[in-house]
Each structure stands twice: as structure tokens, then as C-alpha cells.
Design a binder for this molecule. Structure first.
Ligand code: URA
Length: 265
């Protein structure tokens, strides 16, 4: 019998082992019967129940689903706050805020810089040309957009897609930090220098940072989250060389290996 709660089985095994070692067992023994009887006895003394593997995994699935529903509700609350936000000047310039979207239980979270014109028009992250290339990167990893979560450092578009200003990052970052804390991904992929530098609190260039895992600290007492910086897909579009494409793919392969996911050729 496959079991997931091992304490009674452990008692049972000791019992069985003891019997065999003491040589007091007849050779032909009905092991199922012995196990069953012992489990019944054990359960009546301890109250433990040994669950079948299928039952335990269904239970885990129910818990995951519940957690996902609660997380989705919390993420929705954050999105509502972002949509109302006027903490910096960008709030009055936007058509739509872009809170971010994706799987509340995502193992991978992509973080970009800030919405562009297409994202501002639709209120969704990475839906323009850079987004289409990100979709291709995700698909090349054998994943779907709905498997991951996609967010940005800034939730509103800076005019003319200029770089995020320090005060804008300071105002906006807590939204992303809360999203990361809730989703608790196993890996964050920081797209481009602004995302990587902000999340790692460093001034190093993306060339120096990319290609190796760094650690993102989501809160005191929580284990760090692995963070892989790579080139932003907008940069890749502007500099679409085989070397740069290979570099991004090398970075993503490391992410897949880290997550024990198959690495497509
Ligand atoms: N570039 C970003 O950094 N974020 C988006 O959402 C789109 C383009």
C-alpha cells in the first residue's frame, strides 16, 4: 500500500522487522493482513489515519486551489489599488494602469520595466512587440503565458517611454513587492537593467548581472527567491543578433534547470 502519512506505517515496519528478525514468523505470512490489523490497532490508540496517496494528493490539490483563490483575490485587491493610484505624476498621465497579470501560483515571475504605449492602451503587460517576443521566449521554454506571472517595476507608462524616475520607483515598488510576496515564485526573471537593478538594489550593468542567479529578499524570515536577470525583449528587438538571442536562451535554460523543467532543444 502506498502511504503518505508515515508514522503508523513506521510502527508497522518496526513491528514487521522485529518479527522477521526474531525468527518467530511462519514463512508464509499474509503481509496485507498483518499490516491492516496493525494499522487498525495503531489507529485506535493514536487516532492517526493513513491516507492513500491519491487521497493525499487530492487533498493537496484542494488546498492549492483554495490558496490560489485567496491569492487571486489579494492580487485583485492590489490591482484595484494600482488602478486608483495617484502616488506619482504618472497617475494623471496614463490611459490605463497596468497592474500585471498571470497565474497566482506561478513558479516563474517575469518583471519588466514599465508599460509602453500598447500596454497603456490595453491595461495589460507586455502586449506590444516586446510582449510578442516575450510570448515566444515563454513558448520556447515549453510554457504558456497562463503558467507565469508578468509584472513591471512601474505600473504606469512614463511619457515617451523614458526611463523610470527614482521617485516613481519608490512610490510604485511596494505594489510589485506585495505581488511577489503573495505569488512567492521560485524564480524571478528580471527583464533588463531597470528591473534587475531595482530588485537587486545595485547599479551594476545588465551585462554584468545576467547569466547567473542572484537572490531577491521578499521579507524577513522568508527564504530568498532566485532571480535571473536577462536582456529585456525590447533590447533584444533593437539588437536582434544571434549572440544576444543565444544569451537570453542560455539564461532561460538555467531557469528551467533550476525548476527541474525539461529543457527543449
Ligand atoms: N516593456 C516593459 O518593460 N513592460 C511592458 O509591460 C511592456 C514593455
Amino acid at each position: 500500500m502506498q502511504t503518505s502519512v508515515s508514522r503508523p506505517l513506521f510502527f508497522c515496519c518496526c513491528y514487521w522487522d522485529g518479527l522477521v528478525k526474531s525468527g518467530s514468523m511462519a514463512r508464509k505470512v499474509d503481509i496485507d493482513k498483518v499490516v491492516r490489523q496493525h494499522l487498525e490497532m495503531e489507529q485506535s490508540f493514536t487516532g492517526f489515519t493513513v491516507k492513500g496517496k491519491a487521497e493525499a494528493s487530492q487533498q493537496r490539490e484542494r488546498e492549492d486551489n483554495m490558496a490560489a483563490v485567496e491569492k487571486a483575490a489579494e492580487l485583485e485587491k492590489i490591482a484595484d489599488e494600482v488602478n486608483q493610484c495617484r502616488k506619482c505624476g504618472l497617475g494623471s498621465l496614463r490611459t490605463n494602469a497596468v497592474p500585471g497579470e498571470g497565474n497566482p501560483n506561478a513558479r516563474i515571475m517575469f518583471v519588466g520595466e514599465a508599460p509602453g504605449a500598447d500596454e497603456d492602451a490595453q491595461g495589460r503587460p507586455f502586449v506590444g512587440r516586446a510582449g510578442q517576443l516575450l510570448d515566444k521566449v515563454i513558448a520556447a521554454c515549453g510554457l504558456k503565458r497562463s503558467d507565469v506571472f508578468i509584472g513591471n517595476i512601474l505600473k504606469c507608462r512614463p511619457p515617451e517611454n523614458r526611463d523610470p524616475a527614482a521617485d516613481e520607483i519608490i512610490s510604485c515598488l511596494p505594489y510589485l513587492q506585495r505581488q511577489i510576496e503573495l505569488i512567492n515564485p521560485e524564480v524571478i526573471v528580471a527583464l533588463g537593467a531597470h528591473a534587475a537593478r531595482t530588485l537587486l538594489n545595485t547599479n551594476k550593468s545588465i551585462g554584468e548581472l545576467r547569466g547567473q542567479f542572484h537572490e531577491y529578499y521578499a521579507g524577513i524570515g522568508r527564504p530568498p527567491i532566485k532571480l535571473m536577470p536577462t536582456y529585456h525583449t525590447a533590447y533584444l528587438l533593437r539588437n536582434y543578433s544571434p549572440e544576444n538571442r543565444r544569451r537570453v536562451w542560455e539564461d532561460m535554460k538555467k531557469v528551467l534547470v533550476e525548476l527541474d523543467l525539461p529543457v527543449p532543444e
